[in-house]
Design a binder for this molecule. Structure first.
Ligand SMILES: Nc1ncnc2c1ncn2[C@@H]1O[C@H](COP(=O)(O)OP(=O)(O)OP(=O)(O)O)[C@@H](O)[C@H]1O
Ligand SMILES: [Mg+2]
Length: 281
């Protein structure tokens, strides 16, 4: 049995004239890292909101089909029951900040307080996460006074500190520099090693190619393709559907066109290994 299961899910926002998610059937296994790709407006955030249970519990509109978590209809869980199981990192980090506390340290601790974690344990976990997410330097600042990139790191920190089993993460690196972006991917892969299920919306295809297990691609609210990254990212035709391909795949495609027998390099690392063998020959 899949951990999270969507069966023929169609969802239309209130007053919208067409569905934003249409006839999507997908399943997620526990402990895997899924990346969701798709052009702007293809339905990535909407899909995340469905998985998180915000649709239909928070957003109105019309949802059809079934969404199950561990075999049970998601609608049978209250949002309060889902909160400790599922972390959600919003596309806009501003939406993540509760405003209930006036510095970053307390903002990150807030969820743990709400869940009734003991103060000693809160301090330990928050300190660890401050270090992990490189947010310690502005722990005393008001979260609303931070830059977008800093807010994005605080948003991530305030969710990973809760250690939820499932993490739904919507474009967490859009305002980060390459070094901070890589750090986020490193944190996410550490979460995966802890057995967490990761569902990530992200445009940075080279990092997806390196870190993710499975890739899901959407187009106009419909499922374009899904499967292991090796399969999905070697389908060069996805380019025609607004999906960026890793440069390493484009290179292998060029080599093939020139009659050089090679597999598709999914990650940069694979490509570099191949290039080294050419130099050696
Ligand atoms: N609250 C809403 N009410 C009505 N339509 C909406 C609402 N939110 C999103 N939509 C529409 O649903 C479609 C999918 O939007 P969604 O935000 O899920 O796409 P996305 O893939 O996350 O886009 P982006 O890359 O810009 O974040 C779009 O056509 C969008 O205009
Ligand atoms: Mg979005």
């Amino acid at each position: 049995m899949a951990y999270i299961d969507l069966q023929n899910v169609t969802y239309t926002y209130p007053l919208a004239d067409k569905p934003s998610i249409e006839d999507v059937t997908l399943s997620f296994d526990k402990g895997k890292f899924y990346a969701i790709l798709g052009a702007n407006g293809s339905g990535k955030t909407t899909l995340c909101n469905i998985i998180r249970g915000f649709i239909p519990q928070f957003f109105q509109g019309d949802i059809k089909g079934e969404v199950k978590l561990q075999g049970k209809n998601l609608s049978e869980f209250s949002l309060a029951e889902l909160a400790p199981k599922m972390g959600y990192i919003f596309q806009n980090p501003f939406n993540q900040i509760t405003g209930a506390r006036d510095n970053v340290y307390e903002e990150i601790a807030y969820g743990l307080e709400k869940f009734g974690v003991a103060p000693d344990e809160i301090r330990k976990r928050v300190d660890r996460v401050l270090e992990m997410t490189n947010t310690a330097a502005f722990a005393d600042k008001n979260p609303f006074e931070l830059s977008g990139g800093q807010q994005q790191r605080v948003a991530l920190a305030s969710v990973i500190v809760l250690e939820p089993d499932i993490m739904v993460i919507d474009e967490p690196t859009s305002q980060l520099d390459p070094q901070e972006t890589e750090r986020v991917f490193d944190i996410i892969s550490r979460m995966k090693e802890m057995g967490k299920t990761i569902i990530l919306v992200e445009h940075k295809i080279e990092l997806i190619a390196e870190y993710a297990d499975e890739v899901i691609a959407l187009e106009n609210g419909r499922l374009l393709t899904s499967g292991p990254k090796e399969k999905v990212l070697s389908d060069i035709t996805l380019k025609d559907h607004g999906i960026d391909m890793p440069p390493s795949v484009l290179l292998s495609e060029e080599l093939k066109k020139r009659g050089i027998e090679t597999e598709y390099f999914i990650s940069r690392k694979q490509m570099m290994e191949f290039l080294k063998t050419l130099v050696r020959e």
